[in-house]
Design a protein around this ligand. Structure first.
Ligand code: E4P
Length: 231
């Protein structure tokens, strides 16, 4: 488990990073303005949803996101062969130093992760659904590994348990790869990922804003504002 480390006085504080999981610029802006955003993840489905088409538009969109957020931005390769992934990844990496090349968990993906790692390009190994896959990604030198929590839960397995298992293995084995919990569906997932030892949680905006919600907060604030009129 690799934590982002801040030092206050003599104490070291570790905390889970928050990424937003979208290619929507308005949502990225809203999360960024909260002041808690550490990075962005995208995938082909999220890019398509925003109507981003063609290489030039894709490159421009990643560049815009990198200019908006001071943190890692995952850009996913579309090739499934080693040479294609390396070629795409090199182009992505040239856009901005914060680009992280997102590579699928397939055989050529492992080779590509190794190549990127040896050539100083950050990577995010995506579509991870088992501890074995997470070990392979770490062995290949991935910067991040993305277990898909929500999709695991959707198939009646326990996504959070997988985060715990990977966290345990990485700590025991001293792997430097960071666990980036993905496919987050709600605010509780975020809390459970923090408990389970995720280094990063990439979340839709709704799930991040869901952390704000508690009925007693709303009731309490309404009462304070009402009483404030008597002050
Ligand atoms: C992020 O890196 C993943 O691609 C994303 O979280 C997948 O989420 P989904 O399962 O909601 O599509």
């Amino acid at each position: 488990m690799n934590f982002q480390i801040s030092t206050i006085s003599n104490f070291q504080i570790t905390y889970m990073k928050f990424f937003i999981d979208t290619a929507n610029l308005a949502q990225i802006k809203e999360a960024h303005e909260l002041g808690i955003l550490d990075g962005v993840t995208t995938n082909p489905s999220l890019m398509a949803k925003e109507g981003i088409k063609g290489e030039a538009a894709i490159m421009k969109h990643y560049e815009t996101i990198c200019e908006m957020v001071d943190g890692d931005v995952s850009a996913e390769v579309l090739s499934t062969d080693f040479a294609g992934m390396v070629e795409e990844g090199k182009k992505f990496a040239a856009i901005h130093p914060n680009i992280v090349v997102k590579v699928p968990m397939i055989k050529d993906g492992i080779k590509a992760l190794k190549w990127f790692s040896e050539n100083g390009i950050k990577t995010n190994c995506t579509l991870v659904f088992s501890a074995g896959q997470a070990i392979l990604a770490a062995k290949a030198g991935a910067t991040y590994v993305s277990p898909f929590i929500g999709r695991i839960d959707d198939s009646s397995w326990d996504g959070i348990q997988l985060i715990e298992q990977i966290s345990h293995i990485y700590t025991l084995q001293g792997f430097k790869t960071e666990i980036l919990a993905a496919s987050i569906r709600n605010a509780l997932h975020i809390v459970r990922c923090a408990e389970a030892g995720a280094d990063v949680c990439t979340c839709p905006l709704d799930s991040i804003l869901g952390l704000l919600k508690h009925p007693l907060t709303d009731i309490g604030l309404a009462k304070f504002l009402e009483d404030a009129k008597k002050m």
